[in-house]
Each structure stands twice: as C-alpha cells, then as structure tokens.
Design a protein around this ligand. Structure first.
Ligand SMILES: Nc1ncnc2c1ncn2[C@@H]1O[C@H](COP(=O)(O)OP(=O)(O)OP(=O)(O)O)[C@@H](O)[C@H]1O
Length: 617
C-alpha cells in the first residue's frame, strides 16, 4: 500500500535539513511557493517533480547559496548564507550545469573554491596525488591530473565536479542531475560511492529525471509540484507509478500504452537520400522516409547516427551523396545546407541546447518564434513583424508542450533547464515543418512532458508529416516509433519495426549482435550502396539454439574469449536487464566486418535495487 507521509516520524537518523514554508520568487515567477522539505543523516533523499517545479531552486536553498523570501531554513542547525559558509558547514553541491574551467588543469579544477579548506594543509604535490587518486577511483581509469580539462570528454568533466564535492567527506551532499553526463557503468560507480557515504552518516540529496535510477538508489523521495512539496514516499513506496501520480496529480501512468510499434499507413515518401556517406570512409547507403513515419535512430556513441540526422537536417554536409525532400508541389528539392532545409520545411531540434540551440541574450518568445520573423513580415519594404500571429503560435506551442514560464519577454536563461529545452522543441514545431528532425531532444525533460511530446509527434506524423527522432535512451522508442534504424561504423547496421521492435533487439544491434536482416527488408527503404558485408548474411542464416535469449558475441580475433570485462547497459523497462547467454560464439568473418564488437557482461538488479553479482544465467 502507498503511504504518503507529509510529516516524518521515523526513528532512523537525525534531521539534518529542515526547510519549512519557504517562498522564493523570481519577479512574477513563484519558484518555491510555501515548500517544506526535510532529510536525515544517513539517507539518500530524492527531490522529484516536473520541469520548473522548483527542484533546483530547493537544492540551491539547501546549499545555502540562494536567500529565501520567507520561511525557515535550518541546515545542520545553521542557516548558511554564502558558499563559503555552507562549505565550512560540510555541505557540498554538484550543480546541474557541468561547471569546469576548460583552460585549467584537472587538479586545479578539483581544488577550485577549496583554497581556504586545503591550501595551508596540503602541499601542491599532495594535491596532485589526491586529485589523481580521486579521479581514478571515480572514473575507473587513470587520469593525468595535469591534463587541461578542455581536452577531456564530458563524462570526465562531470567526474571532476563530483570529485570537487568529495574532496573532504561532506555531511550533506547535493547532486543536481549529476549523472546526466555519466554512462551506465559510471553511474553504478557513483551509486556505490553514494551508498558508502550514506552508510557513514552523510545526507545525500539527488535531483534527477532518470526515474528508474532514483527508484533504485533513493531511501526516501519528496515530490514537488508547482513550487510546493506534495508528498514524501518511503523506500518501499518509491515506484514509478506512485511518483507519477504525485508529480502529475492524477493517475496518468505516463507509459505509451502498447509496446508494439505503430504502422504508418501512407506510402508516399517525404524524404530520400541516395548513395549517402556521412563520413569519408563510411559505407554509402540509400534511405527513404515515408509520410506518417516516426523514425527512431539509435547507436552507441560515435557510430555516425548523430552525423546522419545532422546531414538530413542540412546542419552538416554529407561526405558524399544527396539528400532530397518532397516539396509541397510534388517535386524533389535538395537539402545541402540549413537554408535549403528551412526553405523546404525541414526543422531541426538539437538536444545540445548550449552549443546549437538557445540564444541566451534573447527572450523566451524570441527564442521560439525567431525563424518565423521573416515569414510573417508584411507591408513591403518597411515590413513589420506580425506580432499577433507570432503570439498565437507561441501560445499554442507553449500550451502543447506544457512550458512553465513567468512572462514571455523574460530571458530564456531564466527558465529551468527542461523548460529551455521545450522552447527549442516548440521552435521546431512552430515552423510547421513537413519533416521534423529531433536530435536527442528529451534530455532533462520530465516524464509528463515527454509523454506529451511523444503524443504530439505521433499526431504530427499521422497528419501526413514525418518525424526523425534520435535518442540515447532506447526505451523512448517503445510504442512510439514506427521503425528504428541502428547505426554502426557510420552506416545503418540493422532496422526494426512492428513486432521486431523491442528494446532488447535494438540494444543487441547497437552492440553489433544482430544479423542486419532489417536492411534487406524492402519496406525499410534502406539499401547499402556497397556490397553488403558478408558477415551479416552469415550470421542471420544461422539461428541460435536454446529458448533463452542468446546473443552471438563477435570478437576481434586478438581478443581472448573472456566475456567479463564489458558492460551491456540494461535493457529498457526498469531493473530487468537483457537476459544474455554470455558464452561467446565467434564468427571470424563477422568480427572483421564489425571491428568494435565487444564481449559483454550482464548486470542485474534485484527488486531492492542491489546488484546481483554474476547476473542471470
Ligand atoms: N534565476 C532565475 N530567474 C528567473 N526565474 C527563475 C530563475 N531560476 C529559476 N527560475 C524559475 O523558477 C522556476 C523553478 O525553476 P527550477 O530550476 O527550480 O525548476 P526545476 O524543477 O529544477 O526544473 P528542471 O527539471 O527543468 O531543471 C521555473 O519556472 C524557473 O523558470
């Protein structure tokens, strides 16, 4: 049974954080509107809620860096009011944005801001040694402490921000979306570290939209809605369903209903590419996109899927080949650059809003309707912007995407992270494109808004348009995409639709473990331009024995057949992983055609979220 206890009466751990009736306004925006929250020593406490409900604001209040308008705040019996004070009290925070100085070294970044705590007690050599030790422990690999941070990948930068917070053992550790840039194995290491700290009495607060993760790691969860706390869930009651019910205030499940992929009814094509190669050395292929399709694009990091969607959107040039879009008069128009894409009603939504999305100095309104300024201009040479029409468009998209904002003239940077992302998605829709291409758009978007987005995109496709959706979370495709293409080595490796579209199969393909039959299917409109790799055909012809799920594990000849050192991210749908027979079956020809195929290890979690060593057999 679900027990929702607004007040806490548990024996364990003294209360270290006590926030009562706090209000915090930013101009007209009520970020916190009478919110209360408490957490104990020795617990991992999640703050959960939709975009813009006040989670990050509460994290900043508890960090002692944001003064409140009214209410009471007691952290370890004090009310710190500067970052230095809160640090001296033993509060460490890892903020949502990955805050590092690219031009400084790893060691300097880790010790940044801690001078008063360590400069007198630690020599530079000791700092270097400590930085190296911490980074190796956290990231699982040796990192040069003198390396310039700008040269490191995002995952390592995230570890630096975490290392900074862990320099001295904190009494209160606040992690605001801190696993967002970490991969599966790294997140597991972070969790192990969090549990160890918790067991030594640290209070850990986490803010995350990765619901499956928080269900596993949290001891309690406080749910926020519209700037207020709406319930506290004890460990046994932290389920996806209970969280959603509290977050949305109703019984919406947030799921996609059935899991089988919908089938598009339209056979007319919206886009095509011929002899397309996204990289100079990648295999060229043909590609067709039908109206009514919601096409999912997947792949392990760096396998060309990102380049593919950017080429289709005119954001980047193909190495060879031609992309064309069907125009409204029935002719085929080339898409070689962004201008041609926009002119021919192809819209692009980037998930990397910092790099290729928002205009920080412009308002929320301008950020959404900017591409339409010219289109809506009237009145000849002295044309003016038809603000009324733009306002109607803005309102429609803001309503559809549940964007939470105060005044639309405010700067976009005043919005919460998830709401900034929604403005970018709204910009894509506002163009009323025939083909909308979304590149991992849902990072940082809450689960309610994601469900709305999927519904909106499906309706859009059903009206005769087409959607291309790249995602790093393959469960996003379930019951949403009409087919999914998996990329490897810069080209399509396999494709799935209908009953064949299961997250587990998509995951297997990402690791190079499927036969590539999807490419041969005429309905996919995917034709390799070069002779098909012989290994694919060989693998598909040979059914694998047994009634469990088996994966053929292809390994480069120079690798020993010892499948223990790599991790396969668990399949979609919660804590249950893909059940995989770990015994390798080696196919030499296939191994040559898929150089990156790796042995795999299965990680399984029991109901209590604890890792079961050895996995399922
Ligand atoms: N510095 C600021 N100036 C103006 N408004 C702000 C500022 N910081 C937050 N807000 C507003 O306060 C509200 C709460 O924002 P907050 O960042 O706490 O939300 P959140 O729950 O963390 O959202 P997300 O899940 O999208 O990160 C939002 O409406 C946001 O636009």
């Amino acid at each position: 049974m679900t027990s929702i206890a607004p007040e806490i009466a548990q024996p364990a751990g003294r209360e270290t954080i006590l926030v009562r009736g706090v209000k915090k306004y930013f101009g007209p925006t009520r970020a916190l509107d009478g919110a209360s929250f408490s957490a104990r020593a020795g617990e991992i406490h999640a703050i959960v809620g939709g975009n813009g409900c006040g989670k990050s604001t509460m994290a900043k209040v508890v960090s002692g860096i944001l003064p409140v308008d009214s209410g009471t705040v007691s952290i370890l019996g004090e009310t710190p009011s500067t970052p230095a004070e809160s640090r001296a009290l033993g509060i460490s925070t890892v903020y949502q944005e990955v805050l590092v100085a690219d031009e400084s070294s790893v060691v300097d970044n880790i010790f940044m801001g801690s001078d008063r705590l360590f400069s007198k007690t630690l020599s530079q050599d000791r700092k270097v040694a400590r930085a190296a030790e911490l980074m190796e422990e956290l990231s699982g690999e040796p990192i040069d402490p003198h390396a310039l941070v700008g040269t490191l990948p995002l995952g390592l930068k995230q570890w630096i921000t975490i290392a900074r917070a862990l320099l001295s053992e904190p009494k209160i550790l606040i992690l605001d979306e801190s696993s967002a840039a970490l991969d599966f194995d790294s997140t597991e290491r972070l969790f192990a570290r969090m549990r160890a700290l918790r067991d030594r009495g640290t209070t850990i607060l986490i803010v995350t939209h990765r619901i499956a993760e928080l269900v596993r790691i949290s001891d309690r969860a406080t749910v926020f809605r519209d700037g207020r706390d709406v319930g506290v869930l004890e460990k046994a009651d932290i389920t996806e369903k209970n969280l959603l019910r509290l977050m949305t205030g109703d019984d919406r499940s947030g799921g996609h209903g059935h899991a089988e992929a919908p089938v598009p009814t339209n056979s007319e094509r919206a886009m095509k590419a011929r002899k397309l190669a996204v990289w100079p050395n990648s295999k060229p292929f043909d590609f067709d996109l039908r109206r009514g399709e919601v096409l999912g694009i997947a792949g392990l990091d760096g396998q060309g899927q990102d380049a593919f969607v950017r080429v289709l959107a005119g954001v980047m040039s193909a190495s060879q080949g031609m992309v064309q879009v069907a125009s409204r008069d029935g002719s085929w128009q080339p898409v070689r650059n962004l201008a041609e894409a926009v002119a021919n009603k192809v819209a692009y939504v980037s998930g990397d809003r910092k790099r290729e999305g928002i205009f920080a100095s412009l308002s929320i309104f301008e950020n959404m309707v900017m591409p339409l300024y010219r289109e809506k201009k009237r009145g000849g040479i002295l044309g003016f912007i038809d603000r009324g029409t733009l306002s109607t468009l803005f309102k429609r998209e803001a309503d559809n995407l549940l964007i939470k904002f105060g005044v639309k003239e405010d700067r976009i940077t005043s919005l919460s992270g998830g709401n900034q992302q929604k403005v970018l998605i709204g910009r894509g829709f506002a163009m009323r494109p025939d083909v909308i291409i979304l590149n991992d758009p849902a990072r940082g978007i809450d689960v309610g808004a994601k469900t709305e987005l999927y519904r909106h995109l499906r309706n859009y496709a059903e009206e005769g348009r087409a959607v291309i959706y790249l995602s790093s979370e393959i469960e996003e495709f379930l019951g949403f995409a009409t087919r999914v293409i998996v990329f490897r080595d810069g080209a399509p490796f396999d494709a799935f639709d209908g009953r064949g579209l299961e997250p587990k199969r998509v995951l297997e393909a990402m690791f190079g473990q499927t036969g590539g039959e999807g490419l041969a299917s005429a309905t996919f409109g995917l034709r390799p331009g070069a002779p098909q790799a012989s290994g694919m055909a060989a693998a598909s012809a040979e059914p694998l024995p047994g009634d469990g799920v088996r994966i053929r594990v292809d390994m480069p000849a120079d690798l020993k057949p010892n499948p223990v050192s790599q991790v396969l991210p668990h399949a979609a749908g919660g804590s249950s992983p893909a059940a995989v027979d770990p015994s390798p079956e080696i196919s030499a020809s296939h191994a040559r055609s898929i150089p990156a195929a790796k042995p795999i290890r299965i990680v399984e979690f029991g109901e209590n979220g604890v890792r079961i060593e050895g996995g399922r057999r």
